[in-house]
Design a protein around this ligand. Structure first.
Ligand code: PEP
Ligand code: MN
Length: 632
């Protein structure tokens, strides 16, 4: 704490203030300037600054150390990952978690129907209030314990985590029995007895910002929970604050996201439903929240919002929730994230009797973009296994050493990664079961102290170098040396303490290795995405859940006029949309080509079966590589 004294403070006053503070067990450091004296006050329990402010001779009092400790960023440089339940969604990692559901649980049938709709939209958590903090005592107060039972049943039926509000210390034990996440509502943010009680539990707590609470007050409330004897983890929620603006129910403070990110390691959820109170404002604010860095969203929805017992006006219709989830999945990769659930739930753990049921193989080291793809698709907890080459990776999944392989096949700037198409063709027992797109941002990184002017050599994966060719050609004196992967390039300059070299790598790899980022975002175009395929053994492909909307096949044609035209005519006749067609030379057969074809799976998937059967009957070679859910 800093105590700034008035310019006219008498030496006797300064002595008196110093004595008072010292008598409270505080240490004092006095700094006398030309105009005034400043006292630096240090101690474990500092007095209330307002008390000191009142002392004669004091001009101003400033606190320097933060009043919250466990919640502060200093306590952990990394954002905390909060697992909502075992094997459930994790808030705070590279996936965006959506909690959706009605304001109140209104009955069993109705709630189960909403839970199904939430699941189908791709959200991982269902919400619903059983105890409702209503402004009027005459409004619907919630179904109580019966509602909690319904919530639990819905979670179990649809494999969703559950969140619900607990309003008083006496309810904590009961709510804890049924729900995965305990919500402390806005009106209770400073109900300290409630905070202490939830701090005794080992369930995650969703703490909503009070209607008129500052960010510091929110963090102090989180501190109450974290300092409790339980194992409670906290997710902070921005849900709008009371301002003078009446056009929206509250003013959604999106700038709280970067502020909180700086001040605390706790993950951040945004609730645009209560934040705006108006249905049509919810999707755009949800997207803005994700773009601003939110880790999770809470969205109210209802099968018939106009009939909802509470907050119908801000609840989304089912189609709106579907559309929002799709839009979010396009925005998330721009900020380096992926929607939780949309992908992961499409691939169930394999039933192979090996230890590697869920291990996912990748080419490259930790910190590579393939690893990022795995984290985004399968979650950050998924065990991974690195391989040096793509051949080894395919071999590993083919032989069952790993359950899945994450295979890059195409980059939006440089085109197809042909080796992986060839390897897919070679391994007849493998099948594609999923797809995702990862935004790729490259950076020029070097050992600490190395200046951009010192550099003579740049180590890079050839793909990465190709994606940064404009930047690299801006300095023709640099020698570009090929490496196996992006993270490996960064590791190379660290291991050999190279001072005249830099590497092209991800920020994650640079951070892990303690490298300095000389220039961020050096790719030739920011629309730089790599498309990955999730590949597994054919016999395991049946574990894929969800409805595929894309199919990949490979075929060749007779060397006769119109052969390719005929092969494709069938798709056109059945209105099956072609997404991509690429020809590849057949290894060992000069001047002969295979065609790789991606098509949309039509509503009536028998049409596709017919078209493919037709193609198979006339093509000298035909193979279906897989049907899967396409990446947005
Ligand atoms: C709710 O989530 O249903 C709720 C009452 O929210 P808040 O506490 O943010 O008003
Ligand atoms: Mn509500």
């Amino acid at each position: 704490m800093i105590v700034v004294l008035k310019p006219d403070a008498e030496p006797a006053q300064i002595d008196w203030i110093s004595q008072k503070l010292a008598s409270k067990g505080l240490e004092l450091h006095s700094v006398s300037g030309q105009e005034r004296t400043v006292l630096a006050v240090v101690g474990t329990t500092l007095p209330d600054p307002r008390e000191i402010q009142l002392m004669p001779g004091v001009a101003r009092v400033m606190r320097i150390s933060k009043p919250y400790k466990l919640a502060s960023r200093e306590a952990s440089a990394e954002t905390s990952k909060v697992a909502l339940r075992p094997n459930g969604p994790i808030v705070g990692g590279s996936q965006i978690v959506v909690m959706a559901g009605p304001c109140s649980i209104e009955g069993r049938e109705k709630f189960l129907e909403i839970a199904k709709m939430v699941k189908e939209a791709g959200a991982g958590v269902v919400r619903g209030g059983a105890f409702k903090p209503r402004t009027s005592p005459y409004s619907f107060q919630g179904m109580g314990e019966e509602g909690l039972k319904i919530l639990q049943e819905a979670g179990q039926t649809y494999d969703l985590a559950t969140v619900t509000e607990v309003m008083s210390p006496g309810q904590v034990e009961m709510v804890n029995r049924y729900a995965d996440v305990l919500q402390v509502g806005t009106r209770n943010m400073q109900n300290f007895e409630l905070l202490k009680e939830v701090g005794q539990q080992d369930k995650p707590v969703l703490l909503k910002r009070g209607l008129a609470a500052t960010i510091e007050e929110l963090l102090m409330s989180a501190e109450y929970i974290l300092s409790g004897p339980g194992n409670a983890q906290v997710i902070l929620c921005e849900r709008g604050i009371r301002t003078f603006e009446p056009s929206t129910r509250n003013t959604l403070d999106l700038s709280a996201i970067p502020v909180l990110r700086k001040l605390t390691h706790l993950p951040i959820l945004v609730d645009p439903s209560h934040g705006t109170g108006v249905r049509t404002f919810v999707p755009c604010m949800a997207m803005a929240a994700v773009a601003a860095g939110a880790d999770a969203l809470m969205i109210e929805c209802h099968q018939k919002p106009e009939e909802a017992f509470s907050d119908g006006a801000q609840s989304l219709f089912p189609q709106q929730l579907d559309k929002l989830m799709k839009d979010l999945s396009v925005i998330a990769p721009v900020v380096g994230k992926q929607m939780e659930g949309l992908h992961r739930r499409r691939v169930a753990p394999l039933s192979t009797p090996s230890d590697n049921k869920e291990t996912v193989g990748l080419q490259g080291l930790s910190g590579s973009f393939s690893e990022k793809a795995i984290h985004q698709y399968f979650g950050t907890e998924t065990p991974t296994q690195s391989y040096e080459t793509f051949e080894q990776l395919f071999e590993a999944v083919n032989s069952g050493q790993v359950a899945y392989a994450m295979v890059p096949v195409e980059n939006s700037l440089t085109g197809s990664i042909h080796i992986n198409y060839d390897l897919l063709l070679e391994h007849e027992d493998l099948s594609i079961v999923g797809e995702l797109k990862v935004r790729i941002q490259h950076n020029l990184v070097a050992n600490p102290g190395v200046d951009i002017g010192d550099i003579e050599t740049v180590f890079s994966h050839p793909q990465a170098a190709a994606q940064c060719d404009r930047f690299l050609s801006s300095n023709l004196a640099w020698k570009v040396v090929n490496m196996y992967d992006t993270a490996g390039s960064a590791e190379h300059i660290v291991k050999n303490s190279l001072v005249r070299s830099a590497a092209i790598s991800s920020l994650a790899a640079a951070e892990r290795l303690g490298l300095t980022v000389l220039k961020e975002g050096i790719e030739s175009n920011p629309h730089n995405f790599t498309r990955f395929l999730v590949v597994t053994q054919k016999r395991s492909a049946k574990n894929v859940v969800g409805t595929p909307d894309k199919a990949s096949v490979v075929f060749d044609t007779a060397d006769t006029p119109g052969a390719l035209y005929e092969a494709l005519a069938y798709f056109s006749a059945h209105s099956i949309n072609l997404k991509k067609l690429e020809s590849r030379p057949i290894a060992g057969k000069p001047w002969e080509y295979m065609f790789y074809l991606d098509v949309e799976v039509p509503q009536e998937s028998e049409k596709l079966d017919e078209a493919l059967a037709n193609l198979a009957s006339q093509a000298p070679y035909f193979r279906e590589l897989g049907r899967y859910k396409s990446a947005p």
